[in-house]
Every structure is written in structure tokens, then in C-alpha cells.
Design a protein around this ligand. Structure first.
Ligand SMILES: *Cc1c(COP(=O)(O)O)cnc(C)c1O
Length: 375
């Protein structure tokens, strides 16, 4: 990477984060286990209020959040969990860690999210849960997914690792599904370095999540169930509190960048720009374009051309999960739309560190890279 490369994403840390972290270090209480944990509880309260959920339970990664949400939902060996294959591997990993089997559902070509039309015929007697993924920050089409899921008694565990602040028909993501999982990995819309959160309105789920997070302990040294150490540190929570306060501003800049970029590149031949279907509000974690009718060679040449020009274009995801060496064993059906999308998409930087002039530069570099690649 050239030093002046515009990265695809980048955390924005300021004095507010630094001050809160210093406060934690000076307090001497670094963990949320035991009587301390004031930053973690504060972060949980503020996050729950922000998304409009009754409960928020912090974890030390988005992957841990997904795993503990599945366990709290009662997912275990012998169960099946329906998920898209066009997502980050953690979605499938959490399912396998819970002892269940992932069943892959193909995506809608327009939004890249799970296709609700295909969900029902993939449901067997063993199905226990479904994980819609809000890919790139665009909420999956949750309403038809709920209808099918609830008719078949499935729990909906939403993977909103990329969708902080996104909305579905006026409701903020985190207050819509039975359980919603977020990530605060360094690249995400807001970060704690590493971290995650599960939100839910169901008291029983929240209680289970808190048990699972910390060794299944109810009271000190009194484990009532199998758990993990998935606790968030006080230091991470301090960063999270400051980041959450800045999130609305971050999202506004992302939206502005995305809209400018769309205005500049929407008329390029064969380029499909991202959009918001009615009722869905994007978080613009990733601004992903599609090169219609291209194969992966042409797409990769365009990415290389962008990188040569200092634009950190990146492909999410070049290999769908069902084609990865470890996960191939779970591939039971054809996923043509997933495979096609994985060959044609690429993402351009719109993070809040990207200024208006850089947006213009990215649009120009993209136009030239397309030409160079003969697209
Ligand atoms: C980032 C991400 C995760 C995992 O979160 P970590 O905090 O990195 O463990 C899960 N699912 C999706 C879709 C993600 O983008």
C-alpha cells in the first residue's frame, strides 16, 4: 500500500476517546468482571438507547456476539441455521461453533442480501434460526424473512456487524430482530479496537447472554451453565462510548460521500451503483459497485488500476463462504447469484476521513481504471 493510499476504511480516534481511556487506566479497573465495569455498563445503556432496544450486552468481538446470540437462542448440535454465503466468514463460523450446521441461502442480485423468496424452501425440521446479514450496511429485507421464520418457529439473529445506525422502515437496526449482533472491529462504522454487542428486547435472552459471556457464572465461582470469556474490557468500552457519540456525524459524512460518488459515476456504462430500496436506510459501511457482465479478471484489473492510483478499492467478498476449503463441506445447494456477485463487485472508500476533493479523485480514478481494464 502506498503511503498516500486512501484506505477503504479507517478508524477516527480523537481526544474524547483518549481522555476516556486515560480515565479508565487511572481508575485501575480494567475489566467488567466483578463489582467494577462501569464503562461497559454505561456503553451498554447508551447503545441500547441509541438503537431503541431494551437490552444491549457487550462482547469482546462481533464473532463472540454472534456465537453467544446463537447459544442464547438455544441453537446447538443437530440444528440448522440459515445464512447467506455472501458475507464475512464469522457469520458461518459462529454457527459451526455453536455445534449447528450452516445452510446457505442465495442472495438478491440487487441488494446482495439474503433472498427472502428462497428462504422457505431451504427450511427443514432441523432449522432453528436464520441469520440475515445487513451486507455493506444495507438492512436485509427483514419483514418477509420474519414472516417465514416465525411461521416455522425460527429465531431471527440479525448480523448487523456492518449496519450501526441503519434503519428498516423507520426502526433503527438493533430494535427489529429477536437478537441483533454488532461488531466494533477497527474498520467498522464505530470501533472499540475489537468488540461486539448483542441487542434484544427479550429479558430471558439478555439474562442468558450475560451468563454465557462470563463462564456461565451466576454470582462468583458458581457456574450454572457452560459459558465463555467473551467480556469486553473497560478500555474498549471507554473508546466505544466516545465513538457512539460521534456515530451520527460519521454516518452523515459517509452518506454525503456515497451520494456524491453516485452522482459522479452512476452514468458510467455497465456500472451498477448501490441504492436504498424503499424503507431501508443504509449505514454506508461499504460503497459497493457492480461491473455488470464482467468476469473476475476484468474486475480485478479495475481494482488493481484503482490501487495504482492510490485508491484502496477492495473486494468484499472474492470467495463466498461455501467455496472456502473448510466450509465446502456445508455447501448443499447451488448459489448462482452469490457466485456471480463475488466476481463483479468492488468497494470504494467513503469513510468519514474521505473529503469532498478525494471523492472527486476516486470517481476520476475509477473512470480511468475502467478504461484501462477495457471495461
Ligand atoms: C466484521 C464482521 C463480523 C465479525 O466481527 P468481528 O468483530 O471482526 O469479530 C461478522 N459479520 C460481519 C458481516 C462482519 O462484517
Amino acid at each position: 500500500m502506498k503511503p498516500d493510499m486512501i484506505p477503504i476504511n479507517k478508524p477516527l480516534i480523537g481526544e474524547e476517546e483518549i481522555q476516556l481511556v486515560v480515565d479508565v487506566l487511572k481508575s485501575g479497573f480494567l475489566t467488567s468482571r466483578g463489582p467494577s465495569g462501569s464503562m461497559v455498563s454505561k456503553f451498554e445503556e447508551e447503545f441500547a438507547r441509541y438503537v431503541g432496544a431494551r437490552h444491549a450486552v457487550a462482547a469482546n468481538s462481533g464473532t463472540a456476539a454472534l456465537h453467544m446470540a446463537l447459544l442464547a437462542a438455544g441453537v446447538g448440535p443437530g440444528d440448522e441455521v440459515l445464512i447467506p454465503s455472501f458475507t464475512f466468514v464469522a457469520t458461518a463460523e459462529a454457527v459451526v461453533l455453536s455445534g449447528a450446521k450452516p445452510v446457505f441461502v442465495d442472495i438478491e442480485p440487487e441488494t446482495y442480501c439474503m433472498d427472502p423468496q428462497l428462504l422457505e424452501k431451504m427450511i427443514t425440521d432441523r432449522a432453528k434460526a436464520v441469520i440475515p446479514v445487513d451486507l455493506y450496511g444495507l438492512p436485509a429485507d427483514l419483514k418477509p424473512i420474519f414472516e417465514v421464520a416465525h411461521e416455522h418457529g425460527l429465531v431471527v439473529v440479525e448480523d448487523a456487524a456492518q449496519a450501526h445506525g441503519a434503519e428498516y422502515f423507520g426502526r433503527r437496526i438493533g430494535s427489529v430482530s429477536d437478537l441483533t449482533c454488532f461488531s466494533f472491529y477497527a474498520s467498522k462504522n464505530m470501533t472499540t479496537g475489537e468488540g461486539g454487542m448483542v441487542t434484544t428486547d427479550v429479558d430471558e435472552y439478555a439474562e442468558k447472554l450475560r451468563l454465557i459471556r462470563s463462564h456461565g457464572e451466576r454470582g462468583d465461582y458458581n457456574s450454572v451453565m457452560l459459558g465463555h470469556n467473551y467480556r469486553m474490557t473497560e478500555i474498549s468500552a471507554a473508546i466505544g462510548i466516545a465513538q457512539l457519540r460521534k456515530l451520527p456525524k460519521f454516518l452523515e459524512v459517509r452518506r454525503g460521500n456515497a451520494e456524491s460518488l453516485t452522482a459522479m459515476i452512476r452514468d458510467l456504462n455497465g456500472v451498477k451503483v448501490p441504492f436504498e430500496p424503499g424503507g431501508r436506510r443504509h449505514s454506508w459501511y461499504l460503497y459497493t459497485v457492480r461491473l455488470l457482465n464482467a468476469d473476475s479478471k476484468v474486475r480485478d484489473a479495475v481494482v488493481a488500476g484503482l490501487r495504482r492510483r492510490g485508491v484502496g478499492a477492495t473486494v468484499y467478498y472474492p470467495t463466498p463462504i461455501h467455496l472456502m476449503p473448510y466450509y465446502r463441506r456445508f455447501a448443499t445447494s447451488k448459489l448462482p447469484e452469490t457466485e456471480k456477485a463475488s466476481e463483479q463487485v468492488l468497494s470504494l472508500p467513503v469513510h468519514p476521513g474521505v473529503g469532498a476533493e478525494q471523492v472527486r479523485y476516486i470517481a476520476e480514478a475509477f473512470t480511468q481504471a475502467l478504461e484501462d481494464a477495457g471495461f
